[in-house]
Design a protein. Structure first.
Length: 254
């Protein structure tokens, strides 16, 4: 969507605050020994308390309020009572929701407890690439150039990117134009970021894989070559200068 009025800005900020606060509190709630379903139920309760509705549940009938992906899972992990969090796990939580007709999306990967498996560098690289990508977005910038930046920075750090998962427009629906804000330079994408538009920018930084394949459950994505992936995502409003980070309250850069 394009924000054209103060009321639209307020609506988007409220929706963004809801998903951001939920993501932050879920990350703080996560601990070894609890199941991903317990973590997801907690997130669902938080959204409900704010009057927000889970976007994946509402839009796709996803079997959970949030997507929780563990270790080798890239994205869209289904919360499960049988999936127990352990020390050192690479955990990704993606929270998106609708509130009063506005939709916002954010996510983040983190290491649970002590970094005993060495995932920390991947996580920090993903965070910093997202920061750099967002800082270079303004009205008129080619979407493909941000993809080039993300992939270039990933390669410098010794990583790859997942090419079939992308950022996207958001606001009046979960997914809007531009439908693909890729993590690489898609030379066929000649579109540019538009001032006042709302987009969800996300990184998918990988140790090995370049494609995310859907598993037998119809939801969970895993890398085509294995390894691990870190994802971080903010909903932002594009301006003529530095973007407004609407989901800043999630604390993924703290």
């Amino acid at each position: 969507m394009s924000i054209t009025t103060e009321n639209e800005m307020i609506g988007m900020q409220h929706a963004s605050d809801a998903v951001a606060a939920t993501l932050k509190k879920m990350r703080e709630f996560a601990k070894p020994g609890i199941s991903t379903k317990e973590l997801d139920d907690y997130g669902g309760e938080l959204l409900a308390q704010m009057g927000a509705r889970s976007a994946p549940l509402l839009t796709y009938d996803f079997p959970g309020y949030t997507c929780i992906s563990i270790n080798g899972e890239v994205a869209h992990g289904i919360p499960s009572a049988g999936k127990i969090l352990k020390e050192g796990d690479l955990v990704n939580i993606d929270v998106s929701a609708e509130l009063n007709g506005y939709w916002a999306d954010n996510g983040g990967s983190f290491v649970l407890g002590e970094d005993i498996y060495g995932h920390g560098r991947l996580v920090e690289t993903s965070k910093e690439i997202l920061r750099k990508a967002i800082s270079n977005i303004k009205g008129g910038v080619r979407i493909s150039e941000i993809g080039r930046l993300i992939e270039t920075e990933a390669r410098k750090a010794g990583y790859t990117v997942i090419k079939n998962l992308t950022g996207h427009g958001v606001g009046r629906n979960l997914h809007e134009e531009p439908h693909e804000i890729a993590n690489y330079c898609d030379r066929f994408n000649i579109s540019r970021f538009k001032k006042n538009s709302v987009v969800a920018i996300e990184t998918f930084i990988s140790t090995r894989s370049t494609i995310a394949d859907t598993q037998a459950d119809g939801w969970t994505l895993r890398g085509n070559k294995g390894g691990f992936v870190a994802q971080h995502e903010h909903t932002i409003m594009v301006t003529g200068g530095q973007p407004v980070i609407l989901t800043a309250r999630n604390g993924i850069w703290e």
